[in-house]
Design a protein around this ligand. Structure first.
Ligand SMILES: [Zn+2]
Ligand SMILES: [Zn+2]
Length: 340
């Protein structure tokens, strides 16, 4: 089978390797689609602090079961996605059910082998069943949607609340959609990129704020107005500044983005206004299940987010596209095999 191996930063080779055979507890999947996201690009740049080369990436995955083991809960032909976190099951966070922040956490595609190949063998406990009618291109987006679902769940009851989302890339868009789907009264979303805001409107954003050149966080905060919760999905100094400015007294900021460096936070304002800042890291299986259920209800728009689809052979081009043309790129998928 073919496998995409990132041999060193910026270099992906398509290699011929033996297909997995499956084993007790392990299921073989024929991979349908893989999503490429911002954290993959960090690896491509050699800037991911916890990834060594060579590495097989691919953590946003959909596919079809082609081999099971005796006693498996899956059958050949089942559509599945993968919850890609390998946890120890023994540490403090694992004991509290927070295996997404396990002390020994390994994420497939980063510290453990990902799914960028025609077939992949996965421990059954990592599989999440997809509805029969779900297109596999959408199935590969349950992972980023689960990020958004968890972000909203970390806030708590969003029904009737007005939320702001900073950053309208795939994670910002899906967090906005998760907030709406889970009952937010209104969601306002900001970005510097007009195209992303147009996509956000098509996906149900109630209001959008296009941040102008030279606009200060105070000015952006003013335009966002009163919000009950602010989701920072941009992860830059100006977005955290905007969030702290925009948050009303006693309100909450959810830090969703993967931050580069160590941004400063105006703790004087956090203190004086009794703001809460809550982190959210990836997801658990429950978030995947909620993501799938919301999608099944027809209230999540995914098609609008797909900007490019590349074949397995053009794996490197997918990274180059995100890298070279971030303004017009949303979700980039690799089509490994069209099963639909
Ligand atoms: Zn991702
Ligand atoms: Zn653990």
């Amino acid at each position: 089978m073919k496998q995409a191996v990132m041999v060193s930063p910026g270099k992906i080779e398509i290699r011929e390797t033996e297909a997995p055979k499956g084993a007790p507890g392990k299921v073989v999947i024929q991979v349908g689609y893989i999503g490429v996201c911002g954290s993959d690009i960090h690896v491509y740049h050699g800037k991911h602090p916890y990834t060594k080369y060579p590495v097989v990436q691919g953590h946003e995955v959909s596919g079809e079961v082609v081999r099971t083991w005796e006693g498996s809960a899956f059958q050949n032909g089942d559509k599945v996605t993968i919850e890609p976190q390998i946890s120890c099951g023994k540490c403090g966070p694992c004991g509290e059910g927070l295996y997404n922040i396990c002390n020994e956490l390994k994420v497939m595609g980063f510290q453990s082998q990902g799914a960028a190949s025609e077939y992949v063998e996965i421990e059954e406990k990592h599989l999440v069943k997809l509805p029969e009618e779900m297109d596999l291109s959408h199935g590969a987006m349950m992972e980023p949607l689960a990020v958004g679902v968890r972000a909203v769940r970390k806030f708590g009851e969003i029904r009737g609340k007005r939320a702001a989302v900073l950053g309208a890339g795939p994670i910002g868009n899906l967090t906005m959609q998760a907030a709406k789907a889970l009952g937010a009264k209104a969601v306002i979303i900001s970005d510097v990129n007009a195209l992303r805001l147009e996509k956000a409107r098509k996906c149900g954003a109630d209001e959008t704020v296009e941040i102008g050149k030279g606009e200060t966080p105070e000015e952006t905060a003013e335009r966002l107005g009163d919000c009950d919760v602010i989701f920072d999905c941009a992860g830059v100094q100006s977005s955290i500044d905007t969030a702290v400015c925009a948050a009303g007294k006693g309100k909450e900021i959810i830090a969703v983005a993967v931050y580069e460096g160590k941004p400063m936070v105006d703790l004087a304002r956090v203190n004086e206004c009794e703001l809460k800042i809550t982190g959210t890291a990836r997801y658990t299986k429950e978030d995947f299940e909620t993501a799938i259920a919301l999608t099944q209800q027809g209230i999540i728009e995914l098609e609008e987010l797909i900007s490019d689809i590349f074949p397995l052979e053009a794996y490197e081009q997918a990274y180059e596209k995100i890298d070279g043309d971030p303004m017009s790129t949303m979700k980039v998928l690799i089509r490994i095999r069209d099963l639909m």
